[in-house]
Design a protein around this ligand. Structure first.
Ligand SMILES: O=P(O)(O)OC[C@@H](O)[C@H]1O[C@@H](OP(=O)(O)O)[C@@H](O)[C@@H](O)[C@@H]1O
Ligand SMILES: [Mg+2]
Ligand SMILES: [Zn+2]
Length: 175
């Protein structure tokens, strides 16, 4: 199967150092909804793996997170596409969970859900933790320059990382 896994904040929607705490703050990056719709119409399964420590920090309830993901699904469906499995880590950095990136727990959960091998599967992110999670399971790390991507690039990235301007550029590459 053609599986593409996306980080959320900074890849699909704008990110903020103050976290994305409400549906109003959840604003798609231009071209990202269209990219997901085009990819899914071209036969790609587009899954999402996102850290959401804002839940553990008490910044927003689970219902708000679910509303953001319902909005994502709705916007992509309006363009004739669909969003696949969405996995999130609601834990804080000190809880020692197995799902918070850079740990690959969420990627493994997506592989389990679709019963696929993650080797070579592109995982698209804007942060170092995204790239490290990909490498931990033999997936292909892909950096976009949106969100924290430019900052991540400046810090230095794993040499096998692929780099694109944004999700729209990835869709153009894959379709
Ligand atoms: O990029 P994804 O994984 O979709 O989500 C990232 C968010 O959960 C937040 O992750 C936080 O990191 P800490 O969780 O505080 O280390 C900060 O980087 C926030 O700016 C960011 O909005
Ligand atoms: Mg991100
Ligand atoms: Zn977790």
């Amino acid at each position: 199967m053609k599986l593409l896994i996306l980080d959320r904040d900074g890849v699909i929607n704008h990110d903020s150092d103050a976290y994305i705490k409400s549906l109003e703050e959840w604003i798609p990056i231009p071209g990202s909804i269209e990219a997901i719709a085009q990819l899914s119409k071209a036969g790609w399964t587009v899954a999402v793996a996102t850290n959401q420590s804002g839940i553990a920090r008490g910044y927003y309830p689970l219902s708000t997170l679910e509303a953001m993901h319902a909005r994502l699904r709705e916007l992509v469906a309006e363009q004739g596409g669909e969003v696949g499995h969405i996995v999130y880590c609601p834990h804080g950095p000190d809880e020692g969970c197995e799902c918070r990136k850079p740990k690959p727990g969420m990627l493994r959960a997506i592989a389990e859900y679709y019963q696929v091998d993650l080797r070579g599967v592109w995982f698209v992110g804007d942060s170092t933790g995204d790239l490290e999670a990909a490498l931990a399971v033999g997936a292909q790390p892909v950096l976009v320059k949106t969100g924290k991507g430019e900052k991540t690039l400046k810090k230095g990235i794993p040499e096998k990382t692929l780099i694109f301007d944004d999700l729209a550029a990835i869709a153009r590459e894959l379709i």
